[in-house]
Write a protein that binds this ligand. Structure first.
Ligand code: PNS
Length: 160
């Protein structure tokens, strides 16, 4: 039987408990899951790509079938290069759906052999986003329960 490799792409600036929830769900149903951080020159990130990779590697240690990587350019080129069959994306609410549908269909146009699979994180994370986490941390609020402790420490150090 063929092993299924899924790519979970994103900015992960920083990784949140919502991302981790999805990684746990993905790791259960796919043989291998590659969490792939986009190296995006246009965005002005809070954490550098290497900091994001470091945090992701630390917090995904419990899952032996999860790897962390970085990619640039088109996601479909990267997924093809990795021989992946699936792209995993999370949908929190209806508001995510339109953008995700557009991206999934465009990705299918670019590479019809790769399927986008959507999973829902636990509802406790339905309002959680990296953008809000960055904003709360910058303004001195608590991000406990929103991000793993290792990320909370890094956020504190970053905005201190
Ligand atoms: O976590 P994000 O920022 O919502 O992730 C968006 C991401 C990285 C999945 C998306 O921007 C992406 O795949 N970018 C790579 C460039 C690409 O393939 N663009 C065409 C998408 S249809």
């Amino acid at each position: 039987m063929k092993a299924v490799l899924a790519i979970y792409p994103g900015s992960f600036d920083p990784v949140t408990n919502g991302h981790l929830d999805l990684i746990g769900r993905g790791a259960k149903i796919f043989d291998r899951l590659v969490v792939a951080v986009l190296r995006n020159m246009e965005k002005d990130p809070l954490f550098s790509v290497s900091e994001r990779l470091e945090m992701l590697r630390e917090v995904t240690q419990p899952w032996p079938n999860v790897e962390v990587d970085v990619f640039e350019g088109l996601l479909m080129d990267y997924a093809r290069h990795k021989n992946a069959q699936v792209v995993l994306r999370g949908i929190r609410a209806i508001s995510d759906y339109e953008y995700e549908l557009q991206m999934a269909l465009m990705n299918r146009k670019l590479e019809p052999r790769i399927e986008t699979v959507f999973m829902m994180p636990a509802e406790a994370y339905s309002y959680l986003s990296s953008r809000l986490v960055r904003e709360i941390a910058r303004l001195g609020g608590s991000v406990k329960d929103l991000v793993p402790p290792a990320v909370e420490e890094r956020l504190k150090a970053k905005v201190a």
